[in-house]
Design a protein around this ligand. Structure first.
Ligand SMILES: NCc1[nH]cc(CCC(=O)O)c1CC(=O)O
Length: 321
């Protein structure tokens, strides 16, 4: 690539939480090494998802909430690229925007964090576990029906503070966020996918830009990690076909071992009394087809009923003027 095609300055839009800033800086450093002549600046923004802290995510209308403002900055040329946790990226990209790259995944697992107990199975009956994710809650209720689940929102540091204040016996967080923030020593135990199937996209970072910025899409390719992208695209295809959002208790996790992609997924009722799980394995290149097929299988096995029941109680998504 000739130097003349590389912009002198690239602005990276991000949310302003410590984790989001860490992620944007991580991408900035990698890009700076690749393109030392270019100046990379971070543009921190507050999103509606960050402002509404008193409601569970499932009630405030879903994932677009954390990225809409960032996309407006791309639209208005206030920024060139946006860095997101793939977990927060809606299954369908809005018209005019693309994921230019999906970077290598950090640990995709959920982490059990407690100051008193070594594992979920050691928690006493009635023990209070904090999480505001329907996915984590439904799995806890299905596997540990004697525990109480109470809402826990806020950024990673806020959630840890609420645990330390004594409001919870334990909390569940993404291992990736804790590791990135240098808080790996707070992880009491990592939860296997059998115990807590991760969220679609968990641990992976996406770089978004406008679809018409072919120059940027090309520049981002060295950061693209094909295996991560194949896994995340398989998970997203499953979630998309299930109408996945924060309002649906579902999990999806793909991994590639010895050249085979294994995709696991589940849909549950929020109270955990119904849990439909299944998996498919195949060629990594066929991940999106597998995702769609796994969604069909889950629906046939009972997920369709759970989804229909959820839909009748769902809150309409918040609109963004
Ligand atoms: N729900 C918010 C969110 N979005 C991404 C992460 C963690 C980092 C990642 O998954 O890449 C978190 C925190 C958490 O779930 O504990």
């Amino acid at each position: 690539m000739s130097n003349s095609s590389i912009p002198a300055k690239i602005i990276i839009a991000t949310r302003e939480s410590a984790l989001a800033l860490w992620q944007a800086n991580f991408i900035r450093e990698r890009l700076s090494k690749l393109y030392p002549q270019t100046e990379f600046n971070i543009f921190g923004m507050t999103t509606r998802g960050d402002q509404i802290l008193d409601m569970s995510l499932s009630k405030i209308g879903g994932k677009g909430l954390f990225i809409k403002e960032l996309e407006q900055a791309l639209e208005n040329n206030c920024a060139d690229i946006a860095v997101h946790s793939m977990k927060d990226v809606p299954m369908d990209m809005p018209e005019g925007f693309v994921l230019a790259a999906i970077a290598e995944r950090e640990d995709p697992r959920d982490a059990f964090v407690s100051n008193q107990y070594a594992s979920l199975s050691e928690l006493p009956s009635g023990g209070v576990v904090g999480t505001s994710s329907l996915r984590r809650e439904s799995q806890l209720r299905a596997r540990f029906p004697h525990l109480q689940v109470k809402p826990l929102r806020g950024n990673v540091q806020t959630r840890l503070r609420k645990l330390d204040d004594g409001q919870f016996a334990a909390i569940i967080l993404a291992a990736a966020g804790l590791k990135r923030l240098g808080l790996a020593d707070r992880i009491t135990a990592l939860l296997s996918p059998e115990l807590s199937l991760p969220a679609v996209g968990q641990g992976a970072l996406g770089i978004e830009c406008r679809a018409d910025r072919a120059d940027l899409i090309k520049l981002m390719q060295p950061l693209h990690h094909p295996e991560t992208a194949q896994c995340v695209e398989a998970e997203r295809a499953m979630s998309r076909a299930l109408g996945g959002s924060c309002q649906v208790p579902l999990g999806g996790f793909a991994e590639i071992t010895a050249g085979v992609l294994r995709l696991r997924g589940f849909v549950a009722s929020p109270d955990g009394t119904r849990m439909i799980s299944n998996e498919l394995s195949g060629e990594p290149e066929a991940g999106t087809g597998m995702g769609a097929q796994l969604a069909r299988n889950l629906k046939e096995q009972g997920a369709a009923e759970i989804l229909a029941a959820l839909e009748s109680t769902m809150v309409a998504p918040v609109s963004h003027p």
